[in-house]
Design a protein around this ligand. Structure first.
Ligand code: FMN
Length: 205
């Protein structure tokens, strides 16, 4: 779906391969003013990626009628409805990057709505008879990027929750966590905080 063919020259031959699809789930509500987005774009520098900007999407939570409709379609195994588009896109991605600001000890509600939309039996995972689940997703790596106004405490409800969902349902194996803190603390050098976070991405320090 979102894959593209790329050619690489080896001597006089062109070798064609299918490029991997990196899906950026952009939960940066402040758009171009977002520090989290700035950090995510630094992380993805020189990489091709598909951006899904949740604040620009008409993405709906599961109310009674959507839940009933969804259940019926899942039972029929009919995933052609538009309500499954996010789940299908997620399942096809080779790598996932989530950029979400730190809000109220976790992340914006939009991201939870997205999670509701992608946890679909038959599209992103299946339940096994022993109650465990089997993934239908390609991605083996998820990177979670966040920025905060203060300091993120040890009980990290945002990242830990996303990691739990990704491990339990989608069997993602590799995780990277990138954060930059103290952006709303008066007297801190906010420019230096951003530069340090970017250097950490590039040089690992
Ligand atoms: C609705 C809302 C809730 C927030 N909650 C927290 C919080 O619980 N802890 C914290 O340290 N910062 C909190 N912040 C501050 C943001 O995490 C901080 O400004 C962050 O850098 C914003 O990211 P952005 O520039 O990508 O929008 C909150 C900001 C907003 C708008």
């Amino acid at each position: 779906m979102n894959q593209e063919l790329s050619g690489q020259k080896f001597g006089q031959f062109f070798v064609y391969g299918v490029k991997e699809m990196i899906l950026l789930i952009d939960v940066c509500v402040r758009g171009e003013h977002s520090r989290t987005r700035e950090l995510a774009e630094c992380y993805l520098k020189d990489k091709k990626f598909t951006r899904l900007a949740l604040a620009e999407e008409d993405i709906q939570p599961l109310d009674k009628s959507r839940l009933e409709k969804r259940q019926k379609l899942i039972e029929k195994g009919d995933f052609s409805d538009e309500m499954f588009r996010y789940a299908k896109q997620f399942a096809q991605a080779d790598e996932i990057v989530i950029a979400a600001p730190y809000w109220d000890l976790s992340f914006p509600a939009l991201l939870k709505i997205y999670i509701e939309n992608i946890c679909v039996v038959g599209v992103t995972f299946d339940y096994l008879s022993d109650g465990t689940s089997k993934s239908r997703c390609k991605a083996k790596k998820l990177t979670y990027i966040t920025t905060s106004g203060g300091v993120i405490p040890e009980r990290n409800f945002g990242y830990d929750y996303i990691r739990a969902v990704a491990e339990e349902f989608f069997k993602i194996e590799k995780f990277e966590y990138i954060k930059a803190e103290k952006f709303d603390i008066y007297g801190e050098d906010h420019k230096a905080i951003m530069e340090n976070a970017k250097n950490k991405i590039f040089f690992g320090k």
